[in-house]
Ligand binder design. Structure first.
Ligand SMILES: NC(=O)CC[C@H](N)C(=O)O
Length: 315
């Protein structure tokens, strides 16, 4: 049955009300500035493939997109070079290991493993077809702006805070380069990747980005095609298997939807062909996934019965 406007708004309000006072988890602090974002902020939004918006809570606050950017740069690689190149030059296998794992780079033959974790995402940035760092960045930003349907800016204080402390990601970039699995100069890839993660977005932007995937690659607000329809299934498959890192199995069990999280507190989940759900709430669980966000989306998916394999329990 078609989901009514009343149903959408009801579940969004409900999810906001049910989880806003949950106080488990903690802001990421390995990027020092993320610890200073107010932990109580909580936004929930649905955007349908027709661009209808249903939302509750904090919708305007701009936070750093972090790893929620990863599927979108993977999309850029698919669009430029096709899904086969993405599979061959990065990989599509979930690691079962934390998002910043260096061990994964050592133990798996693909090295970069998949574009939803740091290694694969840094490799994706290095694969963007560009002759200069400036051009590489322009394409990465432009693509994410196309998904959001508006101009975006880097949160420079987030960029500085992360780049100054990016020793782990620098190690990953250098390891990949060592194994011939990074396709640009490593420090350049690291900088562009870190800038990508520092892009400021709000809850509604995230929902619009997800809705573009739900709408088979066309942004519902601008009407612009961002990704060819035929690449959507592969992109959503990577999100389903690795979007929650080493908690992706737990997540699919809970909600049954392709999704992507970030340590800034954002999450996007996609109901293919229908709508996207986005949340923002900074406190994370130990896997780096937003506690209120994952509960809210689990609840909404269960209430609307939209899990890909049939209605999930949501918990
Ligand atoms: N999981 C995340 O959101 C990680 C992104 C962050 N920029 C990092 O590289 O550590």
């Amino acid at each position: 049955a078609k989901i009514s406007a009343e149903d959408y708004q009801r579940v969004v309000n409900e999810a906001y009300r049910m989880f806003k006072d949950v106080d488990e988890g903690a802001n990421a602090d390995y990027i020092p500035i993320l610890a200073t974002v107010p932990s109580n902020l909580f936004g929930v939004a649905i955007v349908t493939r027709d661009g209808e918006v249903y939302a509750a809570g904090e919708l305007d606050y701009e936070f750093s997109i972090q790893s929620v950017s990863k599927p979108f740069t993977a999309s850029l690689i698919m669009q430029q070079q096709g899904p086969r190149t993405l599979r061959e030059k990065i990989g599509v296998e979930p690691t079962g290991l934390p998002f910043n794992s260096k061990i994964a780079v050592e133990i798996y033959e693909e090295r970069s493993v998949n574009p939803m974790v740091n290694a694969g995402a840094i490799a994706a940035v290095s694969l963007v077809e560009a002759d200069s760092e400036k051009e590489r960045w322009k394409q990465v930003l432009g693509n994410i702006e196309d998904y959001a349907g508006r101009d975006l800016k880097v949160l420079e204080d987030v960029y500085d805070s992360e780049y100054e402390t990016a020793w782990g990601n620098r190690a990953i970039a250098n390891l990949l380069f060592n194994y011939g699995r990074l396709y640009s100069e490593p420090e350049q890839a690291l900088r562009v990747y870190t800038r990508q993660c520092s892009i400021g977005i709000n809850t509604l932007d995230l929902a619009m980005m997800g809705a573009t995937l739900a709408n088979e690659g066309i942004n519902p607000k601008t009407g612009k095609r961002v990704l060819a329809k035929e690449h959507i299934p592969e992109l959503l498959a990577i999100m389903a298997t690795a979007g929650f890192y080493d908690e992706s199995g737990e997540w699919m069990y809970r909600a049954g939807l392709p999704a992507k999280t970030g340590v800034g507190g954002g999450i996007i989940a996609v109901v293919p062909g229908k709508f996207a759900i986005a949340t923002f709430s900074p406190p994370l669980n130990p896997a780096g996934n937003s506690v209120r966000g994952l509960r809210a989306i689990g609840h909404i998916a269960a209430e609307l019965g939209v899990g890909l394999y049939g209605p999930n329990a949501g918990e």
